[in-house]
Design a protein around this ligand. Structure first.
Ligand SMILES: NC(=O)c1ccc[n+]([C@@H]2O[C@H](COP(=O)([O-])OP(=O)(O)OC[C@H]3O[C@@H](n4cnc5c(N)ncnc54)[C@H](OP(=O)(O)O)[C@@H]3O)[C@@H](O)[C@H]2O)c1
Length: 274
């Protein structure tokens, strides 16, 4: 799919490594075509040992000669890293950024180049090939660029394409979403423990229940409300629990969480644009 393109991953931490692993498993490009960069020497050695890829501390060297540059450093470091690589970035290179809050306009501005930029908002389940990623095209990116980015993120989960105006909302929904679900799982475990189930077993049951419910929604394509109604016996246990969840505002709390996280993402985008 990527026709043996050379790919540089700048900031090969958790997400960068997930993408490298995904690209190699999907055989999008051979290991010799991947160069990863980060500062820690031990971690660089481990990258070489694990995947037989190139791994170096010099970001500029990593960028030179790459067809695709994936930017995966923390957003707080974006300013410095973009300034560092700007002199060697070529107009023809496709830049794919997963840095939260950095708009494609900001990236083009900081690189001082009208190169194609695709911005992506993945999430941590990419680490287990179950990610949810939204991608959007910057002003100079073509459909071919989007297709290349789509292939990369498909190697670690599901991908949707949206206009960039939706990326803050994606950050609030699926980018930050695993955290909400971890809290739900944790609370369900505590509920099970309170009712006498040993914690390790409660943990398995709670996590598998969330996994199974998500699988049912995705694989049947049916509306969650219908799936919920179907398992709600009149006068039964689930409807009594639903009453409590409605009373305590479970839905409103989750909606509010997504609104707040979206607003924060917008604030950060403005901050990083300066
Ligand atoms: N985690 C998420 O859920 C998630 C979701 C969506 C988007 N993102 C985005 O993904 C990006 C990476 O997140 P992450 O969780 O993978 O962070 P991470 O594990 O900290 O990875 C970032 C890596 O960048 C390296 N680094 C730091 N300074 C560098 C420099 N000057 N040059 C090259 N590499 C440098 C660090 O390694 P060294 O210390 O060895 O240099 C580190 O391993 C962030 O921008 C975040 O916004 C994350």
């Amino acid at each position: 799919m990527l026709n043996n393109k050379k790919i540089a991953v700048i900031g090969a931490g958790n997400m960068g490594k997930a993408l490298i692993g995904g690209m190699l498993s999907a055989k999008l490009t051979p290991p010799k075509n991947i160069v990863a960069s980060r500062r820690n020497e031990e971690a660089l050695k481990e990258l070489r040992r694990r995947w037989s890829i190139h791994a170096i501390a010099d970001n500029k060297k990593a960028v030179k000669g790459a067809d695709i540059v994936i930017l995966a450093v923390k957003p707080q470091l974006a300013q410095a890293v973009l300034a560092e690589i700007a002199p060697v970035v070529d107009k023809k290179q496709l830049i794919i950024s997963i840095m939260a809050g950095l708009t494609t306009t900001t990236i083009n501005k900081k690189l001082k180049k009208s190169c194609p930029v695709v911005r992506a908002m993945p999430n941590t389940p990419c680490l287990v090939d179950a990610g949810a990623t939204a991608i959007c095209a910057g002003a100079h990116a073509t459909d071919k660029d989007l297709a290349a980015a789509e292939a990369i993120f498909k190697s670690v989960g599901k991908v949707v394409t949206l206009p960039e105006t939706s990326l803050d909302a994606v950050t609030g929904l699926s980018g930050s979403g695993p955290v909400y679900i971890f809290m739900v799982i944790e609370a369900m475990i505590d509920g099970g423990v309170k009712m006498g189930i040993p914690r390790p077993i409660a943990a398995q049951l709670a996590a598998q229940t969330v996994f199974g419910a998500a699988k049912l929604v995705l694989e049947t394509g049916r509306h969650p409300a219908i799936l919920k109604d179907e398992v709600t016996t009149p006068g039964g246990c689930a409807i009594n629990a639903i009453h409590i969840l409605e009373n305590k505002g479970l839905r409103s709390v989750l909606i509010d969480a997504i609104v707040t996280a979206t607003n924060r993402s917008q604030e950060l985008s403005r901050l990083y644009a300066d």
